[in-house]
Design a protein around this ligand. Sequence first.
Ligand code: FMN
Length: 378
Amino acid sequence: MRFLTAGDSHGEYLVGIIEGFPAGHRISIADIRRDLQRRRQSYGRSARQKIETDSVQIVSGLWKGKTTGAPLAILIQNLGRTVSGKPGGALGTVPRPGHADLPGALKYGLREVPPVSERASARSTALRVAIGSVAKSLLEDFSIDMLGHVTSIGGIDAQKGSRSIKTLRRKVARSPVYCGDKQAADRMIEVIREAKKSGDSLGGAIEVIATGVVPGLGTHVEWDRKLDGRLAGAMMSIQSVKAVEIGEGLECSRKKGFESHDAMYLDGGHVRRDTNHAGGIEGSMTNGEDIVVTLYAKPIPTSLKRLPSFNMKTLKPTKSPFVRSDVCVLPPLAVIAEAVMAWELLVAMTEKFGCDSVDEMTANYRSYVKQLRKRGMR
Ligand SMILES: Cc1cc2nc3c(=O)[nH]c(=O)nc-3n(C[C@H](O)[C@H](O)[C@H](O)COP(=O)(O)O)c2cc1C
């Protein structure tokens, strides 16, 4: 199973094609819309988000609302694209530090910024959210649930609270910055407001948790099929993400071995652990515990404090152009990372249980779970 995307930031459509999705799954456009809305609406985003209303449709691969096994083509129309006047807005021949502008122009022999920035823009993450939403809905049938939430913005860290996704989801839904710790969230809003006033931007961290995942997804046998590698690569490919941590990777690097690993015991036919330092992945495979991945994002590059750059045409120094911009993208990043986790887990599920039809996948899944039970290690 794979997907391809096309589309520009101010283009008429974003286009996604999923190939190899199992037949027989009912797709809900309302669910996709809900996730796209979560991506768009949060504190710290620019006025542009009100313009970028997402109109989503699936134009192939469905029969009577269910997948057929044929490629699924997802279209997101960019309804507000003309508001900026012309594609790329104010960007001309001055590359912005921190963006793809300069390396992209050099690599592809382009003389202006927009042909690069239009594609490099995080607008494309709308499509990854839509594709992830489709993946999430199939994972739900296998009792897999996941949530992305903000754990840090501008140096304000959330306290670790409940690990229950249901509890966390309720709290996150009430938070304008998608953070489960109300006190920290209030401070985050304050620092975003201050950054906006001073014309700056902020980075931070988000955590994605997935629960209900059976052990044995991914593999230890070959490097490019290792689940931790795939998850980290996929997460790093999201714009502005600069580091990815699985479980308590950073903390464990400073601890001794005995306190870093998760002791296990058998309890009535179940494998149990009291800790989850490994974040649900051992030897590049799921181990049955919750999967926990943390992403660290840099402050977005565009801000009113314009950094020095130069004009690619005149080769004269000048300041980086300012175009309407977000201040802090951590909340939407939580939604994007959740979608990315869903996709990678679904790929791993289909590799283990087949991807021609949901029925086949379900039968294989049940037989595997039965086998684990029989061995007394579910
Ligand atoms: C949801 C989202 C929205 C973003 N919005 C902006 C923005 O408005 N202005 C900006 O300069 N960067 C924004 N970024 C970050 C840039 O897209 C990103 O820094 C740039 O493409 C360079 O990629 P890199 O940071 O991965 O190196 C956004 C990132 C995300 C995830």
